[in-house]
Write a protein that binds this ligand. Structure first.
Ligand SMILES: C[S@@+](CC[C@H](N)C(=O)[O-])C[C@H]1O[C@@H](n2cnc3c(N)ncnc32)[C@H](O)[C@@H]1O
Length: 270
């Protein structure tokens, strides 16, 4: 069973799954509808899921993954992570992957959807934005290129059957609806990063709008795009060595909601 929401072959279907850094919880809720026999935990350090309908087979919990994941060893069948590159300092990557291995049952799957935020086919404005993102990340001790090492990190931890695919996201109107959504998402991300971009000294407030406006036009003339990678791998052998003991569940859970996985099928990789 693979779908547009997840390339991982989920057969037999998972019984317990965790969406780490679930954000709005939209992906979690879509999965809860797609596989109703599974209980879906969406965890995030911010309470940003809509307070409306929550499926009976979904629970949202406030958890800070830096404190460890609040699940017992070898109890989870499927772990999904999407869009955490800008939240993960280098030192936290390996710790989080260790946690995935700890909570996954033997044969369970981890699936990671990440981008290094490097715009491709850029002009001068796109180059500026690439520079902004890297500088803001460095300011927070984050290396956005770290996600490129996910296959090696999973391999070192004993995951098997590792696979990956690339999803290219066009930026702007040349990419039609998906392109417009991808551009909006990047602009929102830049706005969230603005304090660090300014603090890093690579832009000032007066040039901010000029660069963004110039970039919006440039995207169409250059057909700018961004690559996201999806990695999935299986916990191969039962392991107790090197894993840390389980954390305790955080309070603040909501029972009963990510942007959807990117859906562009065009692989524009260069
Ligand atoms: C870019 S959003 C991605 C949300 C969702 N996965 C998606 O793809 O739409 C990153 C999310 O990670 C959460 N996050 C960042 N650091 C975290 C931490 N230490 N523990 C738990 N959640 C965290 C943020 O609150 C935010 O909701």
């Amino acid at each position: 069973m693979a779908s547009s929401y997840h390339p991982t072959p989920l057969h037999p279907p998972p019984r317990l799954a965790v969406d780490v850094g679930c954000g709005t919880g939209i992906w979690t809720m879509e999965m809860a509808a797609e596989i109703p026999s599974c209980h879906w935990y969406g965890i995030d350090m911010c309470d940003v899921q809509p307070p409306t309908y929550i499926a009976p087979n979904a629970t949202f919990e406030l958890q800070d993954f830096r404190q460890g994941l609040g699940y017992q060893d070898e109890t989870i069948d499927y772990v999904h992570q999407q869009g955490l590159t800008l939240s993960l300092p280098v030192k936290d990557w390996i710790q989080l992957l260790h946690e995935y291995r700890r909570i996954l049952r033997k044969g369970g799957w981890v699936e990671i959807v990440e981008t290094d935020w490097r715009l491709l086919r850029t002009g001068p404005y796109g180059d500026r934005i690439n520079e902004w993102v890297r500088a803001a990340a460095r300011y927070r001790h984050i290396d956005v290129r770290r996600c490129r090492a996910i296959p090696e990190m999973l391999d070192d931890l004993g995951f098997t059957d590792s696979q990956r695919t690339t999803i290219s996201l066009p930026m702007g109107t040349w990419g039609q609806r998906i392109g417009e959504m991808a551009m909006d998402n990047l602009i929102e991300t830049l706005e969230a990063l603005q304090p660090w971009i300014l603090a890093a000294g690579c832009c000032n407030e007066s040039s901010w709008n000029e660069v963004l406006d110039g970039w919006k036009d440039e995207c169409s003339s250059h057909q700018t795009f961004l690559n996201a990678k999806v990695y999935w791998a299986k916990k191969g052998r039962s392991k107790s060595e090197g894993s840390k003991s389980g954390g305790s569940k955080s309070s603040g859970s909501k029972s009963g909601s990510s942007i959807s996985s990117p859906t562009s099928s065009a692989d524009l990789s260069v």
